[in-house]
Structures are given as C-alpha cells and as structure tokens.
Design a protein around this ligand. Structure first.
Ligand code: SF4
Ligand code: SF3
Length: 556
C-alpha cells in the first residue's frame, strides 16, 4: 500500500506515507490498494466520458455514480474491501458502456479516437486476487516512488483536491443539485490525471483549476441546503444530554438527519447531532422538530470514547468514521451512503426502522444534565445580515481584526495551536469558525463586541463559501482587495475536503493563509516554496508568535 493523503500519515526518519500493512487511520493494505485501483478505474470511466462529451453524449447516472464512488476513497470513509471491489466492478461496466457509445459516435462522425490514457489501457480483472496484482501499477506515486519528487507531489495535490471536490459534489447531488458543466470539467481533469502528467506548471494550474471548480460546487451545495432546509438562523444549541432514548447522527448529510427526524416523530426518541452535523440545528426545516434536542460530543477523533458513552443508536452519514469495534459500539452504529466498515450494518434505503429499534433497545440517558448552550447558525444569510454592523464597528475602530479559524480537526498534539490562537486573539477581534476544527474552542465564552458575538459559527467545512461571501462584501464596502482586509485565515487541514477548500481559496487569489498543524507531507520542500512565493502560504508555528506577526502586519 501507499497512502499519504491525510495529515496523520506515517512519517519516519526514512519514509513518508502509510506503506506497511495498515494506515494510521486503520485502513488495511488491501483496502488501500483496492481504493487506488478504483481511482484508476474511475480515470478510465472519465477517459471514455470525456470522449462521449465531445459528441454531446452523457450519462447522468454514471456521472453521479462517479462522484459518489470517488468519495469512498477519502480518509475515514470506507474501510470495507467488498464494497470497494464492487465499485471497481461497476466501473468496468460503466467504462465498457461509454466506450461503445464513444466508438459508435466517432465512427459515425468519421473521426479517429485519441490514444488510450494510461488508466484506460489497463484491464481490471473481476477476481480480487488478480485485481490486487495491479496495485503497484496504480499507486498514486507510480513510476517514481520518490515522494520528494515535485511531479508526484503535484499529482497528489490535484488528485486529493479532486477527491474533496467529488465529496462536495455528492453532498450537493443528495440535495438535488447537479451540473453537467461541472461533470464535463471533472471528467477532463480526472482523465488528465489518469495519463501520468509530468509538466509542473500544467499540474499547478490544474490544481488551481480544481479549486476554482470547487467554488462552483460549494455554491451549488449552499443552494441545495438553503433551498431544502431554509437559511440558517442564529440558534442556541444545548450540548448536554437530557434523559430518554436517543439517536446520534454524525457526518455531513442533512437529508439523512431529516429522514431520521421524520421517522422518529412521536416515538419518544431524542435525536442529537455529532461532529459536522451540528449546524443542522440552525436550519428552519430541521430545527422545527422538537425532538432534535442537542449536540453530543465533539470532533471525529474523539468518537471512540464519545460513542462508547452514548446510550443509543448512532448513524454515520459521511466522514469521519474510525474503528467502531475498538469502542465496543459496533453493534449499535449504522453506516449510510459511501461510508463502510466491515461487520457494521449498512443501510441501503431510506428506512431507518433498524436504527429506531436499536435506540429503543438501548438504555438511553438516565438523567438530564445541567444545560450548556452554544450559539451557531451564522451561514451566508445571517452573516450578510450582521455584515453592516460588523462594518460599522470596524469603521468605529471597535473591531480591529477578523480571524477565520477553522477546518478539519485531528489527533496530533500540535492542534492545541488552534485553541491557543482562538483564546489569545485580542479582545477587539472577532473569530469566524467552521468545520469540525471548531470543537477545539466552541464551548468557550468569547463574549461580544457591542452585540456582535466574538465567536461566529458559520457551519460545516463547505460553508467556507459563506465566509468567502462575507470577505467579498467587506472588500466591496472598503473598496479594497480581500487581501487588504484586516482578515486572516488560519486553516487546520486533515483530509481531502480541506485540501480542496485551500485550493479554492488560492484560486480566488487569497494570500497569506496560515495552514497547519503541518504542511501536507506529499508536498516537497520545493513545492512548498512555490506555494509560499506565489500565494504567501504560511505554515503555522506557535500561536503567540503567529499572532504577533499577523497583528504587526495589520497595524502597518
Ligand atoms: Fe495513512 Fe491517512 Fe492514508 Fe489512512 S488516509 S492510510 S492515515 S495517509
Ligand atoms: Fe471534519 Fe472529518 Fe474534515 Fe467537514 S468530519 S471537516 S475532518
């Protein structure tokens, strides 16, 4: 196996990347190899889909399937070898179908077909053992093996960025948002990556193009969420349990949460959100359910403790899942959509009766704890509503700086940087936050500046879109560029969604972003220098030192 796609990848004095029998996340070598084969199989689908598009032929079902399936290869999503194997077999069927359509169209137009890409040349045997022999040919560092190679580093940046994009595309598709235009561009990029590109500037441009494309995807996802569930409104959420039977819903998929809320109505079951599901409490069409009672726990990396203590059923609607057997709750956790763990019940359709039955068989919370409320719900609309007051307070000199501190959370000790940074920013600054990184500090009381809360929770990681809208509005009012604003982005990355958000921000021209807790291990020192030179990308160091640097620049 070879995998280096997340922040917790194994780094020793001699090697970089998870490459033994298991990754740090618990992904086995077999699953890792199958996922790499799946990526190549998807690149083969994209080769034929790209040709089909030249003849105005498209297959929406295959396009939708491609994003969903690619999502299964992200960190902490799918650990089930049989499900990945099945996706590879489906890829074969889809490729053959598109190949026939493309060939027929080319013959009719009297065109010759382009040469097959590297990924499209490969044969994908049905048998697992035979298939696994392909793995060394499809490792993402294929051909070079040396992770200190700029070409490999950029290929990985692009492919991991595209994985993040595919995940958001799938979230949008669940909410009935789809774009054929985005599909065409996705297939073209995937096809380029399936042909072992070697040109450094082409690969850098491709990565930035992925970021730009993802901006459109985030816009679509925002439209899907707000059309179906309404615009989030500032909302107080209780973070302490109340007595009674219970279901915990984690991941990013609000549609699943709504199905669960509908199906548990009148059954005496309280529903709690976990991790990235927290923003759900602010959406009118979800908050209207009185049995959506609160938020339980924190970010994904603490789930083995928190889920073990949760006395009910648990549903993982998307990332991040970690080994449920370690925490002894595997018999009461359920996976959905692309999520999977061998031996855990996977729900294929929209019937949650197994979850309800499981919840009713558990003890539930015996006592109600003293309430503790946090405020959430400042996504695009609410943010735009407070924007004039924020502008007023900036002009009056009462708000001197705006920090965006957020992104993905993770295990490493260095992540206390984000807690330190949030606690140490001056009293005349406000903090915008998003993603699961917010759990490092979202239960602290930051107070307010003349009625504006100092901690403003925008929502899930994809709600970076709302933060961008605020930055654009501020720049317009102050008649300057986004980079001239008293605004600093301090991002924590863990997995591939954070990579594509970083690429999106870079594609929009954002400069001076602080990112940590470490730079992605797949970027060579030369690539990091390029990113520093072109985008003034900064690695986080020490919260106090970084803060002093940010405020000095701001005062200048
Ligand atoms: Fe290692 Fe991260 Fe890949 Fe898991 S996802 S195998 S921890 S690099
Ligand atoms: Fe967290 Fe996995 Fe990325 Fe949506 S839940 S941010 S890490």
């Amino acid at each position: 196996m070879f995998c280096i796609q997340c922040e917790q990848t194994i780094i020793t004095s001699t090697t970089k990347g998870c490459s033994y029998t298991k990754g740090m996340c618990g992904k086995t070598a077999e699953v890792s190899d199958l996922q790499d084969i799946l990526v190549a199989a998807l690149q083969r689908v994209s080769f034929w889909a790209s040709i089909c598009h030249q003849y105005q032929i498209s297959d929406r079902a295959v396009d939708r399937w491609s994003f969903q399936t690619f999502f299964a290869t992200l960190t902490n999503v799918n650990f089930d070898p049989e499900r990945i194997l099945n996706y590879i077999q489906q890829a074969d069927i889809h490729s053959l179908k598109l190949e026939q359509l493309a060939k027929a169209a080319a013959i009719q137009a009297n065109h010759s077909l382009p040469p097959l890409s590297y990924a499209a040349q490969m044969q994908y045997p049905k048998n697992k053992e035979e298939l696994l022999k392909l793995a060394p040919n499809v490792f993402l560092n294929r051909g070079k093996g040396d992770i200190e190679d700029d070409v490999i580093g950029l290929r990985l940046l692009a492919i991991y960025g595209l994985k993040g994009l595919a995940a958001y595309m799938e979230h949008a598709a669940v909410l009935e948002q789809f774009s054929d235009e985005i599909c065409i561009e996705y297939h073209q990029i995937m096809n380029v990556l399936g042909n072992n590109p070697t040109d450094i500037s082409e690969l850098l441009d491709l990565s930035i193009a992925i970021g730009a494309l993802n901006y459109k995807v985030m816009e679509m996802l925002d439209a899907g969420e707000t059309t179906i569930f309404g615009h989030p409104v500032p909302t107080q959420v209780n973070t302490k349990p109340i007595s009674g039977k219970c279901i915990l819903v984690s991941g990013h998929d609000f549609k699943d949460l709504r199905l669960i809320l509908e199906q548990t109505q009148g059954k005496g079951i309280n529903v709690y959100t976990h991790g990235e599901m927290l923003p759900a409490h602010a959406y009118p069409e979800l908050k209207k359910y009185p049995h959506l009672v609160g938020n339980f726990g924190s970010a994904w990396q603490n789930q083995q403790n928190e889920f073990a203590q949760f006395p009910g059923a648990i549903v993982m609607t998307s990332n991040c899942l970690i080994n449920p057997f370690a925490g002894r709750y595997a018999d009461r956790i359920f996976t959905r959509s692309i999520v999977g763990w061998p031996g855990v019940v996977h729900l294929e359709n929209d019937d949650f009766s197994a979850v309800i039955e499981c919840a009713l068989n558990q003890s539930g919370f015996k006592h109600t704890e003293l309430e503790h409320y946090i405020t959430i719900g400042f996504a695009r609309n609410a943010l735009m509503n407070v924007a004039p007051t924020v502008i007023e307070q900036i002009k009056a000199g009462n708000i001197k700086h705006v920090f965006l501190i957020g992104g993905c959370d993770g295990i490493s000790d260095e992540r206390h940087y984000y807690t330190d940074m949030a606690s140490q920013v001056p009293q005349d600054s406000i903090i915008l936050t998003l993603g699961c990184g917010k759990y490092r500090f979202n239960k602290q009381n930051f107070g307010d500046i003349n009625g504006i809360p100092r901690l403003i929770d925008i929502g899930q990681c994809n709600d970076a879109y709302s933060a961008i809208q605020l930055a654009l509005a501020l720049a317009e009012t102050f008649e300057c560029g986004v980079n001239e604003l008293p605004l600093t982005l301090v991002l924590s990355w863990f997995e591939q969604k954070a990579i594509v958000i970083l690429l999106t921000l870079l594609s929009l021209g954002a400069k001076g972003i602080y990112t940590g807790p470490s730079m992605p291990a797949f970027l060579t020192s030369n690539l990091i220098s390029i990113l520093q030179k072109e985008f003034d990308l900064k690695a986080t160091t020490d919260a106090k030192e970084d803060l002093a640097r940010i405020l000095t620049v701001n005062a200048a």
